[in-house]
Design a protein around this ligand. Structure first.
Ligand code: 13P
Length: 252
């Protein structure tokens, strides 16, 4: 099966305006030759428009937002809606990142509303999920991940499946320098694909890209991307350096 290969950079709450534009420009220069790898950049909200202008006519490059509101519009001070993001050139939005779940208490209900808003606005979604350290240690990691998938994907509109990307990000690996080993990543990604067979069917399961995220860098990306069910990476810290990010893009 020829699934999309994707390397995505989640810049989180990092960079100021001039850094963001320079970083996007450097990533573009260093990775544009790798045309069959999809590159998605997730800058902070205020920089999305300018990064999108830089990337929009470049084949294989996309811009995304790290979050969107669960409401479409109205009196929700400080929120940013999915249609607003679409109108400034965003192609993707991250939903369900563990930092949103942990620090902003985003639960399954909120995440379903956000996904609905994103698809309605014509954005593609990268849905993030993954277990905490205690859950892995006590051996319930597959059950946790299955629940995180079921509670969101069972309400997903079937005609939007091709706009969906999944990202397995074990919480214990995010920003810790501790990466899932390739066998750990492959085991979970294969398990996720089986969940997709149960939720949808085999054909759909084969088509949805599943990215790995959590201390993925230029040194470990090749081994991870070699796993048959790992279709790329969602990169945090290492995406803030254009050289490192471009090495990851070259790791397939
Ligand atoms: P790190 O690559 O910094 O561990 O972050 C991963 C992540 O959270 C990407 O969304």
């Amino acid at each position: 099966m020829n699934r999309k290969k994707i390397v995505a950079g989640n810049w989180k709450m990092n960079t100021l305006y001039s850094d963001a534009i320079a970083l996007a420009g450097n990533i573009l220069a260093k990775t544009s030759a790798f045309k069959d790898i999809e590159k998605i950049i997730f800058p902070p909200f205020p920089f999305i428009n300018d990064v999108a202008i830089l990337l929009q006519s470049q084949p294989g490059f996309y811009t995304g937002a790290q979050n969107c509101s669960s409401f479409e519009k109205g009196a929700f001070t400080g929120e940013v809606s999915a249609p607003m993001l679409k109108s400034i050139g965003a192609n993707y939005v991250l939903i369900g990142h563990s930092e949103r779940r942990a620090y902003f208490k985003e639960d399954a209900k909120t995440l379903s509303l956000k996904i609905e808003q994103a698809f309605q606005a014509g954005l593609n979604v990268v849905y993030c999920f993954g277990e905490a350290l205690a859950e892995r240690k006590s051996g319930v990691h597959q059950r946790i991940v299955k629940t995180q998938l079921q509670e969101i994907l069972s309400v997903m509109p079937q005609d939007k499946i091709s706009d969906l990307v999944l990202a397995y990000e074990p919480v214990w690996a995010i920003g810790t320098g501790e990466t899932a080993t390739p066998p750990q990543a492959q085991d979970m990604h294969a398990f996720v694909r089986n969940c997709l067979v149960e939720l949808f069917n085999k054909e759909v399961a084969e088509q949805i890209p599943i990215l790995y995220g959590g201390s993925c860098n230029a040194r470990n990306a090749r081994e991870l991307f070699n796993c048959p069910d790992v279709d790329g990476g969602l990169i945090g810290g290492a995406s803030l350096n254009a050289d490192e990010f471009s090495e990851i893009v070259k790791s397939f």
